[in-house]
Structure formats: structure tokens, C-alpha cells
Design a protein around this ligand. Structure first.
Ligand code: DON
Length: 565
């Protein structure tokens, strides 16, 4: 046990759950003076903290944590998926890295339709055709080349060790793997990796992933080339040929991550730095925050009918714009400037009736004033360099396909393309044109790694998984913390809200609304529904006025952990 580990984390190590304060609403906030990593897994957060303590910067720690998550959080941590990284440097400048998966060259817009031309959801989400060309390794490599300090090998090595020597399964992960056995049986390599010859692992068992260790070893020794060429690439391409997928050696060779300018906005004196397309997150967040500023969200009490109404109406409008306009801006024109402008917020604000819910329809984007799996990690280092990194396989365990011989899971990210032009439904299928499949195109994402800053210094570093809910999870935490002044852990804990245009309903977590607030919203015309599960798993760090760091580590998932020093 390291002396630097704080009492809450010590508590969680001892009791087998890692997130500071889980089930202990009275616990003190988890703080650190120098650097901090928050992620969905304790082993991974500890790897990141050791990198910081060893002189690495926030990018080094994020890279090492991300590789560790590929071993210890297999549902979403990955090398077979993709993601986005937002970085704010010590000097206040910022940049982003886009390593979203791309459609293989042989992709076609109708590839998710069956022989009769009907939408085939299994093909779209659960087949070798659902796998996009992975971007994670290339993206982490590029970010490290641009901004890292420590040798690459030192950042990948902890993950190699975790895979080769194994790690003890937490009760949460053991239960999750056991619950997925039926799905894993479809692919022998997946079953072999995540079960004891078909029997479930139990909490406390050692999970050793030998083939993954070898693949990570090639990445450690050869950088991105250890994934996109040679043995790893050959094994991936062979699995694609075997299963009827499209990715070949040329797709892997041609994959390029992109460094992009962040999307920027302001909100009540704070600067927002977030991810541009192919993420929809940055644009939608700025659009919603502009609209909420314009409509005076700060005058409404926390969870009052007025506040929730404004939030729902802002969400509805931003998600409609998302469906209408957002996609890979390397392929289609995306009006980022207009959507994120204050003047657009004024236009939209005029369409909100303070007493009445608007209605959403698949056939119009106008507003007459009538009536699965991803993971996020945040890092701040001792010089206040900050990283928000969200990475995904799309669903939990992605396509569920482990590449035989290479030991890693492949994404099912092609499911994030719109499956068929015109197929926009009340239930929430989107058929708008910008996000249709094209060779080499990146599918639209909701991942929203975000940094809020003031005067060139980070104030809040955050993000979350949760598919289309991600943007609203991030929005809610920003509002809870910056507008309502909730301490960051409380801002993360607060039950969440989600409206995504279609279906036209406000989904709320249990406990989000009092009976009277709910009744008032229903009277305004909102369809309010309590979701059965939980929304997201946010990982946030705030930088306090005195420069200390405070964790907002989501207790919705069992193994989340903050590690600081
Ligand atoms: O990029 C996206 O928006 C989705 N592939 C994210 C999926 C996700 O967050 C599932 N996690 N719970």
C-alpha cells in the first residue's frame, strides 16, 4: 500500500470497491495536491498516477491509463476501438486528437440492409460488418509523439505486465464477465479469453491474457506499426476474412488519426474546450450552454420545473440539430460556427415557451412555440496540463469478437452510422443524410471529452460513456457544478436527465425529480419517464482556487477510482 494513497481509496481497496466514497455519502472529498487520474478502474488509475509520479505529464499518464484499461476494463478500454482526446497545455493552449474508427474502403451505404432492402439491426450492430477500422493505438501514439515526455515503451509496459501476469478480478468485473458468457460463446477466442474454458471467473480469480500481452508487447516495441502492420494486422485481417468483414491490410495501413482544433464556446465567463466533429458532443454542448445562458438557467433553482423544462428544451433542440447536421466534417459540410454562435442561441431561445413543452417529430426540425460501452478518463498533472480522454468499442465488449491469436476485442462502431437514408423514427432511429456510410468516413459520435477553463487555467476536466446520453451527462455536471455550485462529487452523483429529440420524452434517473416537479413538467406537456438503469459513468476533476485537485468519480459503476498524489 503506497503512502500516497488517500484514506478513501485505501478504504475501497480494502473493501474491494475502488471508487472513493462509494456508498458513503458522508465521506470527505477525494483531493490531491499534485496530480490526479480518474478512470473506471483502480488498476488503470494507479498506472496513470505512477506515470505522473515518475515525471510523466498528463498526456503520458492518459496514454498509460488507456492501455491499462484495455486490459483491466475490457468492456470499453480497448486497442480495437477508437476515441477522442482533448488536451489543455500548461500555457493555456489546447488541441484535440481524433482517433475515431473509419469505415473500411469496401463499405457501402446500404451495407446494413438485408436482401429485401430492409434495415437489419444485427448486421448493423453485431456482425463483422459492424467493425470499423480501429483508431486507438494510432491516436494514442500520435498524442504521445506530439506532447508526451516519457519514452513510449514505459507507458505501454504496465499494460503488458497486467495482461501477462494477470490481475485479480473485482466482484463487479467477475459478475459482468459471467453475465456475458452467453454472448461470448459465439466466438471461441472471446470465450477462451474471458472464461475458464467456458466456466465463469469468480471474484478474486487471476485474469491472465497472454495473447493480448503479446500484442501489447508488439505495440510497446514498434509503436503504432506494432498494430497496423505485421503480425497484429495480419491476425485482424484474417479474422475479417473468416467472418465476412471488410477490413483488410490496406485499411489498417491507411488509418490516420487527426489532430484537430477544438470546438470552443463560453458560458457565464468560463471557456469551453471540447471535441469537434466527428464528435457531436462539443457542438451540442456549446449550443445547449449558449441557449441555457440566453434563457437564464442561473435564475432557476436546482431541479425546479423551470430548470428541468429549460434543460429538456435545450437538449431536444441540440439533438435535432445533431441529427440534421452533424457528421464527419471531412466528408460533409457541418455548420459548426453557426450552431455554436450566440446569435443562433437567441434564435432558438425565441422558440421556447416557458410554460409549455415543444414536440419533436421525425419529419421536421422546426420549433413552433406551441404546443452501452465507452469509458472516460481525466488527468491533471502538477503543472495543470489536463487531458480528457473518452474511448469506446461502442457496445459493451464491442462486437464481442476477440481477434484469435491477438487477444483484443474489436469494436462495432459502424453501428454509429445512420443505417438508411430517410429512416428517422419516433423511436429514435436517425436516417438523416450527413451521417450515412462512405468509405474512409468516420461515424458520428456523442463522446464529449471536455475541459472548462478560466483565464487559461483548467477548472473542470470531464467526460462520460453512455452513447447518445453522453452529451447531456456532461452538460448536467457542468450546470450542477458551475451554476448550482454543487461540489464536484455531488455534481456527478446527482440523478441525471436526458432528452434526445426522438423519442420525444424526458428520461430521468431514479430520484431526479420530486413528485411536484414531475407533475409540473407533465402539466407543461413533457412526457417524463424514469429509466430502469443508470445514465453514464462520468469521470471529472476540478481544479480548486488554491490549485488542489478534487475528484468527481462516478459511483454508478463499481470499480471507478481516483488516484492522486
Ligand atoms: O461514439 C459514440 O457516441 C458511441 N459509440 C458511444 C457508445 C457508448 O458510450 C456506450 N456506452 N455506454
Amino acid at each position: 500500500m503506497k503512502a500516497t494513497r488517500s484514506i478513501p481509496v485505501l478504504f475501497f481497496l480494502l473493501c474491494g470497491t475502488a471508487c472513493a466514497q462509494q456508498n458513503r455519502p458522508d465521506a470527505a472529498p477525494y483531493r490531491a495536491k499534485n496530480g490526479m487520474v480518474v478512470s473506471q478502474d483502480l488498476h488503470a488509475s494507479e498506472v496513470g498516477r505512477a506515470v505522473l509520479q515518475g515525471g510523466g505529464n498528463a498526456v503520458d499518464a492518459a496514454v498509460a491509463t488507456a492501455f491499462a484499461l484495455a486490459v483491466t476494463h475490457p468492456a470499453a478500454g480497448n486497442i480495437g476501438g477508437g476515441g477522442f482526446m482533448v488536451v489543455m497545455l500548461e500555457d493555456g493552449t489546447a488541441t484535440t486528437f481524433d482517433f475515431r474508427e473509419r469505415a473500411p474502403a469496401a463499405s457501402r451505404p446500404d451495407m446494413c440492409l438485408d436482401e429485401k432492402g430492409e434495415y437489419d439491426s444485427a448486421r448493423h450492430h453485431f456482425s463483422h460488418l459492424a467493425v470499423g477500422v480501429p483508431g486507438s493505438v494510432a491516436g494514442l501514439y500520435l498524442a504521445h509523439q506530439r506532447l508526451g515526455k516519457l519514452p513510449w515503451k514505459d507507458l505501454v509496459e504496465p499494460a503488458v505486465r497486467l495482461a501477462a501476469k494477470g490481475f485479480r478480478l473485482s466482484p463487479g468485473l467477475a459478475a459482468e464477465l459471467a453475465g456475458r458468457l452467453k454472448q461470448f460463446r459465439k466466438y471461441p477466442a472471446t470465450l477462451a479469453q474471458f472464461s475458464k474454458e467456458g466456466d465463469p471467473y469468480r471474484a478474486g480469480d487471476l485474469l491472465v491474457q497472454g495473447e493480448l500481452a503479446e500484442t501489447l508487447g508488439r505495440i510497446r516495441d514498434r509503436g503504432a506499426a506494432g498494430f497496423y502492420s505485421g503480425k497484429t494486422a495480419e491476425l485482424l485481417a484474417a479474422e475479417m476474412r473468416r467472418g465476412g468483414g471488410l477490413i483488410n491490410m490496406a485499411d489498417l495501413r491507411d488509418y490516420k488519426p487527426v489532430e484537430r482544433e477544438p470546438v470552443r464556446g463560453t458560458f457565464r465567463g468560463f471557456d469551453l474546450i471540447s471535441m469537434p466533429p466527428p464528435s457531436s458532443g462539443g457542438v451540442a454542448l456549446v449550443e445547449m450552454l449558449n441557449l441555457l445562458e440566453e434563457t437564464g438557467i442561473q435564475t432557476a433553482a436546482f431541479r425546479s420545473p423551470g430548470e428541468v423544462h429549460l434543460l429538456a428544451e435545450a437538449m431536444r433542440r441540440a439533438y435535432a440539430d445533431r441529427a440534421r447536421h452533424l457528421a464527419d466534417a471531412d466528408f460533409v459540410e457541418v455548420p459548426v460556427e453557426r450552431l455554436t454562435s450566440k446569435s443562433y442561441a437567441r434564435t432558438l431561445a425565441a422558440t421556447i415557451d416557458p410554460r409549455k413543452a415543444s414536440s419533436s417529430s421525425p419529419t421536421t426540425f422546426t420549433w413552433p412555440a406551441q404546443g452501452s460501452e465507452t469509458t472516460h478518463l481525466s488527468v491533471v498533472d502538477s503543472r495543470k496540463m489536463s487531458v480528457a480522454l473518452t474511448t469506446t468499442l461502442e457496445y459493451s465488449y464491442g462486437s464481442r469478437i476477440v481477434v484469435p491469436g491477438a487477444g483484443f476485442l474489436l469494436n462495432n462502431e459502424m453501428g454509429d452510422f445512420n443505417p438508411r437514408a430517410g429512416l428517422t423514427t419516433e423511436k429514435g432511429l436517425i436516417g438523416t443524410k450527413p451521417n450515412l456510410v462512405a468509405p474512409g468516413k468516420r461515424m458520428l459520435s456523442s463522446m464529449s471529452p471536455t475541459i472548462v477553463a478560466k483565464a487559461g487555467r483548467p477548472v473542470l476536466v470531464l467526460g462520460s460513456p453512455g452513447g447518445r446520453t453522453i452529451i447531456n451527462t456532461v452538460l448536467g455536471i457542468i450546470i450542477n457544478h458551475l451554476v448550482h455550485g454543487l461540489p464536484i462529487q455531488d455534481a456527478v452523483d446527482a440523478p441525471r436527465l436526458h432528452h434526445q429529440w426522438l423519442p420525444d420524452k424526458l428520461l430521468v434517473e431514479a430520484g431526479a425529480l420530486s413528485a411536484s416537479t414531475r407533475a409540473a413538467l407533465e402539466k407543461m406537456g413533457h412526457l417524463v419517464e424514469q429509466r430502469s438503469g443508470k445514465q453514464g459513468s462520468a469521470m471529472a476533476i476540478t481544479v480548486r482556487r488554491d490549485g488542489t485537485l478534487e475528484a468527481g468519480c462516478d459511483r454508478r459503476r463499481p470499480d471507478s477510482a481516483a488516484a492522486g498524489y
